[in-house]
Design a binder for this molecule. Structure first.
Ligand code: GBH
Length: 479
């Protein structure tokens, strides 16, 4: 026998590798060619102080003009797919379907065609947080009418792009953008209605997701034959000890951060997780409210939402230790979860405050999803880490090495159905509240150069080899 890597070290033949970005983080051209204003445009123009370096996505990596360079970069990497998002405001400047913007539509047609011409599958996120400001003025996701607007938008995308796009994500990380309704100075729209705005927004997002799924299922799947999913932030919350209390806290953390979105869609029972229902109802009552802060789905709605995803899209970055208490910082962990979380001081740190290198957390998250939701097909739709700005991004190489090893274990040792892996991100880009100070790209982008030149970091060669050989190389030296 040669090395043991031959069986457990290999990614299956049909396993897909790709890389991801999001419109506001890379496109720039925020007001060009008829694009409308989004909630991120508005928030950061009014409040530059919400971002560490007071920057915004106005120009960013300029992918609106440089998309061909992005496709070249993907080609060099050997990526099978590119996960990018569409800016709703480029297609429909106000978010209304009767006012469309042709140059915006053309932009995504050009990008999709360029990808396909280079043998790269487009994977499209419809909504990566940049709601049209016009719709926000109506209340954004707190207004149930948003379900109709989102369906109009989804229909338009299926109509115009579905002949070539076979992978759709309705939303990216509702747990993260719903925090924009719970907090201020962080996510748009910075509404600061904790425990009310976030649940309300999540509720309508789930219905909007199901509406788009059913629309595809009924009208487009028969001819277009693609897949529809929703990307969920799926970090792992490890019990701090093996005490019953800590294990229960870990379960609450997972149910409030993931189950709130995944249970209605992926579980056989449907609806919100019982523990989430119970705790929010209990606390709402104790606060003297006439009804729960967590809205209630009708029986019909529970059935309508159940099963509305063709696979599970898992975003993973890091892990936290949890025990009973209250967490204030983690947007996905609402106080109702009664969980306190922290990082183990022994975990390797990174250039990002919140990301510690905890690869086994990815394996646990995959297994948790596998067990909770009857072994769905799983695609890792985001995983990544920022570097220190050097082209020799050895810390990223070692991060991917250990995380990909855990993906292999989850496939070969645990029997989980993981079918793809996506690096976040293709390019150094606008990292939300951290601005350009955190560099997640496989490609360096020179932000001092108006031409925004892209340069491959060392991790590109490393990943390229894995994609080509479907094998993790032996570790020759510790980075
Ligand atoms: C993903 O989620 C996003 O999809 C992507 O757009 C983003 O660029 C990528 O991750 C990298 O961050 O500082 O302790 O308050 C990110 C979810 C939520 C992670 C807010 C950072 C702040 C933690 N983010 N969180 S803290």
């Amino acid at each position: 026998m040669s090395s043991s890597a031959t069986t457990t070290g290999r990614f299956p033949q049909d396993f897909l590798f790709g890389s991801a970005t999001a419109a506001y983080q890379v496109e720039g051209a925020w007001n060009e060619d008829g694009k409308g204003e989004s909630i991120w445009d508005r928030m950061l123009h009014e409040h530059p102080d919400y971002v560490r370096d007071r920057q915004n996505g106005d120009v960013s990596a300029n992918s609106y003009h440089l998309y061909k360079d992005d496709v070249k970069a993907l080609k060099e990497l050997g990526a099978h797919f590119y996960r990018f998002s569409i800016a709703w405001t480029r297609i429909m400047p106000t978010g209304e379907a009767h006012k469309i913007n042709q140059p915006g539509i053309d932009y995504y047609n050009n990008l999709i065609n360029e990808l396909l011409a280079n043998g790269i599958q487009p994977m499209v996120t419809m909504y990566h947080w940049d709601l049209p400001q016009w719709l926000q003025d109506l209340g954004g996701w707190t207004n149930p009418i948003m379900v109709d607007y989102f369906e109009d938008y989804a229909r338009f995308l299926f109509e115009r792009y579905g002949d070539r796009v076979k992978w759709w994500f309705t939303f990216n990380e509702p747990s993260v953008f719903a925090a924009g309704y719970a907090t201020e100075r962080q996510m748009a729209p910075s509404l600061n209605k904790p425990g009310v705005g976030d649940y309300l927004a999540s509720h309508h997002v789930l219905i909007a997701h199901a509406r788009a799924y059913h629309l595809y299922d009924k009208h487009y799947r028969p001819t277009q034959q693609g897949k529809v999913s929703i990307a969920l932030m799926s970090n792992w919350y490890e019990p701090r000890s093996d005490s019953t209390e800590d294990i229960a806290a870990s379960d609450r953390a997972m149910q409030f951060s993931i189950g709130l979105y995944a249970h209605p869609i992926f579980s056989s029972a449907g609806d919100y997780p019982a523990i989430v229902r119970e705790l929010v109802d209990k606390n709402s009552k104790a606060e003297g409210r006439p009804r729960s802060r967590l809205p209630v789905f009708s029986k019909d709605m529970i059935e309508y939402i159940k099963g509305t995803s063709d696979f599970y899209s898992l975003n993973y970055y890091t892990c936290r230790l949890v025990s009973p208490g209250i967490t204030k910082h983690d947007p996905a962990l609402r106080p109702d979860a009664e969980v306190s979380s922290h990082a183990d001081p022994s975990w390797p740190t990174t250039a990002s405050e919140w990301i510690k290198v905890v690869p086994w957390g990815l394996r646990k998250a995959i297994n948790w999803v596998h067990k909770q939701y009857n072994g769905p097909t799983i695609v890792i739709t985001e995983n990544g880490v920022p570097d220190n700005g050097k082209l020799e991004d050895l810390s990223r190489i070692s991060y991917y090495r250990v995380h990909l090893a855990e993906v292999l274990k989850s496939i070969h040792e645990d029997g989980c159905n993981v079918k793809g892996f996506t690096t976040w991100s293709l390019l150094d880009n606008f990292e939300w509240n951290s601005g350009y100070t955190e560099k997640f790209g496989l490609y360096f982008v020179d932000y001092s150069d108006p031409a925004r030149t892209r340069k491959a970091k060392a991790s590109v060669q490393f990943l390229k080899q894995i994609i080509r050989t479907r094998e993790l190389p032996e570790e020759t030296q510790k980075p």
